[in-house]
Design a binder for this molecule. Structure first.
Ligand code: PFF
Ligand code: NA
Length: 455
């Protein structure tokens, strides 16, 4: 009980939705979703992705929020508290440890990539895309990859921006930030959607996203879709659990999670409907360009379009905002742990954690240039390895452990009490999916991903 009084609660209604949406909406939606959709044939991939969100993403998200709110502490101590109360082994605290560790590793490389968007904001604003052709765009992008000092400068800037918010605490820092950033993000996105509808080839883009061709279904696409469902909803990394721990008791977890899931999907699809019409409007630019879709293809297009300087700047600003609200959710669990467990001041905890993330992030920076050919494991650079170990290993395993714990081991009385605002019918359905469907699917995808990597 005493912990409940020390631990902060969101000051206003709806903050959880904004904060969790801020965490969920990020590079995953605007950069990754469009390019993996482009590489995997469009409509068929979108369909598999939506299935994964419904059958695995949302049920696991409900479980993660519930664990955080029941434990009323940072992910590590929350898991300890829930396990104690349910009479389970302390070993379940491992879920908390794994998720916080995963969040920290993701923070280290996510902030490097987020730094690129800062560089692109400044380039766009200077009118630097004007007259870009394929060669100019490619060489600008590779020049950035090779420029260690520039990469480190932007990485540092991004981590400082992140620490600045978290330092001020849950209600003054985090809550204020998401209340400003999230509406801004939606405004920017809809301005861009209007622009894409006006200046792009809207029907071609729309068709690419939603035309379903049976032949495009593939096992690899399914495995990617599943991994992305976790990544995009920020699951299995403590972020959602930490935010859930600040959630007031009188909110329905299911309704809230449904809202966040819908908003995240909406942003991903809208980003697709911004990017593909713009891509299809210029001949020679490919929808299947992969990771460079956003950093090479789009600048070419903006460089030749009417008002390209303005909208190019708006576009990269949008991504910066989205990435920023995601990195703050990656930092929060670790800082909450240090301050609740060891009584660190939030300022020193934030600075300590971002400094460590900065150091680890240097391995990502060097993977882009000097260590490009390094083979840490199965042909992976340190950056590839960080992405692999989090997205393909820690994240699915963390989510699997949460589903199994809540479905099979957690005491039903505290569980039912946390979910009391959700009808018995939906509670029963959710629990059944969480017990049988989600773990089975996660396990299959996890094994496929590993097999794919090492064969
Ligand atoms: N969900 C974010 C995205 O789609 O970009 C990425 C992310 C943020 C993953 C926070 C994990 C996390 F804890
Ligand atoms: Na996302």
């Amino acid at each position: 009980m005493r912990r409940a009084q020390q631990h902060a609660i969101w000051g206003r209604r709806g903050t959880f939705i904004l904060a969790a949406t801020g965490s969920a909406v990020g590079l995953g939606n605007i950069w990754k979703f469009p390019y993996i959709t482009g590489e995997n044939g469009g409509g068929a991939f979108v369909l598999m992705y939506l299935l994964c969100i419904c059958l695995i993403g949302l049920p696991v998200m409900v479980a993660e929020v519930m664990l955080g709110r029941r434990g009323r502490a940072n992910p590590i101590m929350a898991m300890g508290e829930v396990a104690r109360e349910s009479g389970n082994s302390r070993g379940w605290t491992l879920i908390g440890w794994c998720s916080v560790a995963a969040g920290f590793i993701i923070l280290s490389y996510y902030s490097v990539i987020a730094g690129w968007t800062l560089e692109y904001v400044t380039t766009a604003a200077r009118g630097g895309f004007a007259g870009f052709d394929g060669d100019a765009a490619t060489s600008t992008f590779s020049a950035l990859q090779g420029d260690v000092s520039k990469l480190v400068r932007w990485q540092t800037a991004f981590l400082c921006m992140t620490a600045l918010i978290i330092m001020f605490g849950v209600t003054r820092g985090l809550e204020t930030a998401v209340r400003i950033l999230m509406p801004l993000l939606f405004v920017l996105l809809f301005v861009l959607l209007g622009y894409a509808a006006y200046a792009g080839d809207f029907s071609a883009g729309f068709g690419f996203l939603f035309n379903f061709r049976f032949s495009d279904l593939s096992m690899e696409g399914l495995s990617l879709a599943l991994g992305h469902a976790f990544f995009t909803l920020s699951l299995g990394m403590g972020a959602i659990m930490a935010y859930g721990s600040y959630m007031p008791h009188k909110t329905s977890i299911m309704k809230t999670v449904l809202t966040v899931g819908c908003l995240d999907t909406l942003v991903a699809l809208t980003a697709g409907m911004v990017i593909f019409p713009i891509v299809f409007a210029s001949p020679g630019v490919e929808p299947g360009a992969g990771p460079s879709l956003m950093f090479i293809s789009l600048p070419i297009v903006f460089g030749s379009m009417p008002l390209g300087t303005v909208f190019g700047t708006v576009f990269f600003l949008l991504i910066t905002v989205a990435a920023w609200s995601s990195t703050i959710s990656l930092l929060e669990p670790v800082v909450a742990y240090l301050s609740e467990r060891f009584r660190f001041h939030r300022v020193s905890a934030s600075l300590l954690v971002v400094s460590c993330a900065w150091l680890l992030g240097l391995t990502t920076v060097f993977s882009l240039n000097r260590w490009q050919d390094m083979d840490l494991l199965a042909g992976m650079t340190p950056f590839d390895f960080s992405a692999f170990i989090t997205e393909q290993v820690l994240l699915p395993l963390g989510a699997l452990a949460m589903a199994v714990y809540v479905g099979w081991f957690m005491n039903k009385r505290p569980l039912r009490r946390e979910m009391k605002l959700d009808s018995g019918v939906w509670f029963g359905r959710w629990l059944r999916v969480l017990r049988y469907v989600s773990p089975a699917l996660i396990l299959v995808v996890f094994l496929l991903g590993i097999l794919d990597k090492f064969t």
